[in-house]
Write a protein that binds this ligand. Structure first.
Ligand code: FES
Length: 80
């Protein structure tokens, strides 16, 4: 099944939170809104993904972004 919206999963487990996942989520939301991607992607907060060593973790589509930041996620989002 093809999704009409791109799904972005942001880990909100304790280690990722410590590594700035909350701030990352907020920044991603504002970036998506300001770059015309509003309505085309959906941010979903998840529990721990069991990859705490590489926090913060984000999944964009089928790509796993480790030790990521807003820019890396936006690049991946535009690729997918
Ligand atoms: S807290 Fe994010 S992977 Fe464990």
């Amino acid at each position: 099944m093809k999704h009409s919206r791109k799904l972005i999963f942001i880990c909100n487990g304790s280690d990722c939170k410590k590594a700035g996942a909350k701030k990352l989520g907020k920044e991603l939301k504002s970036q998506c809104n300001s770059t015309g991607l509003k309505g085309t992607c959906k941010l979903i907060k998840t529990k721990c993904m069991d990859m705490c060593k590489t926090a913060p973790n984000v999944i964009v589509g089928d790509h796993f972004c480790k030790k990521t930041d807003v820019d890396k996620v936006m690049v991946q989002l535009k690729k997918s």
